[in-house]
Design a protein around this ligand. Structure first.
Ligand code: VG1
Ligand code: CO
Length: 542
């Protein structure tokens, strides 16, 4: 075991919304990864002798990072390190494995929906023993520790190739190379009726799944091809590549444009779906129909009786604050609680662990349940397919009927990606200082009833998280929210969120950009966003 000393600590290792994300080149800097891992290990009590799960989404640097982490584990006398074959493990599969193996936690090497490759990004997520992302109290502690950390412990023991199953003794550490797919697909098989879904899909309801050359390819092939017996071609971009084949593995209409074209323009399939780099996000498309992720959460909540895993009902639901209130209407009808949390899956952990909620989701293409402690892309896809199989209907019929019953929450998110930080901060600070004066004034033809910076009191541990997004709420409950992203690595990304409710008496078939145009235009007047960013339109519109 060697103790490596470095001259100066790294001062920029502050985890964001979901782990530490930096350019691949930054992570290649000597000692950069090692020091962050050492800071993580210092925050975990009882590490020595315990079990740790380590895997990644296969992006450039994955295997090298796993090998280094194993060597650091050996130096710290971790009892058992569980590694998936070839280092490939999706974020939800990691969450499941941590729980199943009663591990102290897991490390996921991924920058999620950020591009990969030598010119892209790399990242490290830490999950704790419940299987979920480390809470802020721990990530703050890791950051504090990294601020002055100038040494780490590492063993120079030789690591076996990660392409074969096996158990190896490395000093006092046992290394287990396991099948990263099996536990996860078994879990899915326990929740869903695979036979029913497969019959439905073989009977004139065509599926195309886009893995975006990222981690979900092998999982999707295992489930749809091997288990359900569908044709190979139902999975596109199904082989994980170091640079995702140049794709930006963010499943939205802009970055998954080929899939969007197949469903929305060519109308070539009945159902299309895509996941992100690490497999926790999902986009659902029908023939000629895009499902807004906020609506997806509401539909999933409204149809638990279709899915074997949730037949006994659900305890409650939660959504992140910027997510539309569509699910709130369903919760009210089901007479179950609905919680509003800050952005980021870590805030759902306590609610899930205390069984206050069963299902939760975010507007950012994330949905999940208490089966793991992460959002889960393939779970959401299977969930949708199961509902459609039970109801024997199309995506657009399902969503139209949902709106007829509950009304429609017109919703859109506008992202201004990688703009200069000074500009993003200026826009944000401008609104922040205007907030007190907005109340009782007119905005988008309505009175402002509340204008504030969202703060969250966790009902389980009473921790408070401030500064979670600026919001303007109107008398008819329309909302405008702005946030600065905590996952980007270049400049700043400004997110604007718009929501307006239309009850079932109203026109439910408008283009959301039209239905929301007053909110969109008035926010631009108020903050001069297009002028300050010099952008005619956002980088991504959802
Ligand atoms: C974004 C999303 C957020 C999500 C997070 C991690 O964060 O808005 O809802 O939980 O990404 O997703 P931000 O701070 O950029 O808005 V993942 O799939 O990248 O781990
Ligand atoms: Co992700």
């Amino acid at each position: 075991v060697n103790v490596i000393n470095i001259k100066n600590p790294f001062l920029d290792q502050k985890p964001g919304t979901s782990g530490l994300r930096k350019s691949t080149l930054k992570f290649k800097e000597e000692h950069y990864l090692e020091i962050f891992i050492e800071a993580i290990f210092k925050s975990l009590n009882n590490l020595s002798g315990s079990t740790l799960v380590v895997g990644g989404d296969g992006r450039y640097g994955n295997i090298e990072a796993i090998e280094k982490i194993i060597q650091i584990c050996v130096a710290h006398k971790v009892g058992k390190v569980i590694i998936p074959k070839n280092g490939l493990l999706s974020t939800p599969a990691t969450s499941h494995l941590i729980r199943k193996e009663e591990a102290i936690g897991g490390i996921i090497l991924s920058a999620s929906h950020n591009p990969g490759g030598i010119d892209g990004d790399f990242g490290v997520k830490l999950n704790t023993a419940n299987g979920g992302p480390a809470p802020e109290s721990i990530t703050d502690q890791i950051f504090q520790c990294s601020q002055s950390l100038k040494s780490y412990k590492i063993s120079n023991i030789k690591i076996p190739d990660l392409d074969k199953f096996g158990v190896f003794s490395l000093g006092e550490t046992s290394l287990e190379i396991i099948d990263g797919l099996k536990d996860y697909s078994d879990l899915m098989e326990n929740i869903f009726d695979f036979d029913q879904i497969s019959d439905f899909l073989k009977n004139d309801f065509s599926l195309i799944f886009d893995a975006m050359n990222a981690v979900t390819g092998p999982y999707a092939k295992n489930i749809f091809v091997e288990k359900m017996g569908l044709v190979d071609a139902c999975v596109m971009n199904g082989t994980p590549l170091e640079d995702f084949g140049g794709l930006h593995p963010d499943p939205n209409l802009t970055y998954a444009s080929k899939l969007a074209d197949l469903l929305l323009v060519q109308k070539a399939y009945s159902f299309g779906a895509a996941c992100d780099g690490d497999g926790d996000r999902n986009m659902i498309l029908g023939q000629g129909c895009f499902v807004n992720p906020s609506d997806s959460l509401a539909v999933i909540t409204a149809n638990t009786n279709c899915v074997p895993g949730y037949k006994d009902g659900i305890a409650g639901v939660a959504r992140s604050m910027p997510t539309s209130s569509a699910v709130d209407f369903v919760a009210r009808a089901l007479n179950i609680p609905c919680f509003e949390t800050p952005t980021g899956w870590k805030f759902f952990g306590n609610l899930l662990d205390s069984n206050l909620i069963t299902i939760c989701g975010e507007e950012s293409f994330g949905t999940g349940s208490n089966h793991v402690r992460e959002k889960d892309g393939l779970w959401a896809v299977l969930y949708w397919l199961q509902i459609l199989a039970v109801k024997n209907c199309s995506v657009s019929e399902l969503i139209q009927n949902h709106w007829k019953q509950y009304g429609r929450n017109y919703y859109s998110r506008h992202d201004y990606e990688a703009i200069p930080s000074t500009i993003a901060n200026q826009i944000f600070n401008n609104l922040s200082s205007m907030l007190p004066s907005l109340k009782d004034n007119k905005f988008a033809g309505n009175l402002v009833k509340q204008a504030d910076n969202f703060s969250y009191l966790d009902p389980v541990d009473n921790s408070v998280s401030k500064n979670q997004g600026l919001r303007i709420i109107l008398e008819d409950n329309s909302r405008v929210i702005i946030r600065l992203s905590g996952t980007g690595t270049k400049g700043s990304t400004l997110r604007l969120y718009f929501e307006k409710f239309a009850n079932s008496q109203h026109n439910l078939d408008l283009n959301p950009q039209i239905a929301l145009k007053d909110l969109i235009n008035d926010l631009d007047h108020l903050l001069n966003i297009s002028k300050l960013t010099k952008m005619e339109k956002p980088t991504v519109i959802t």
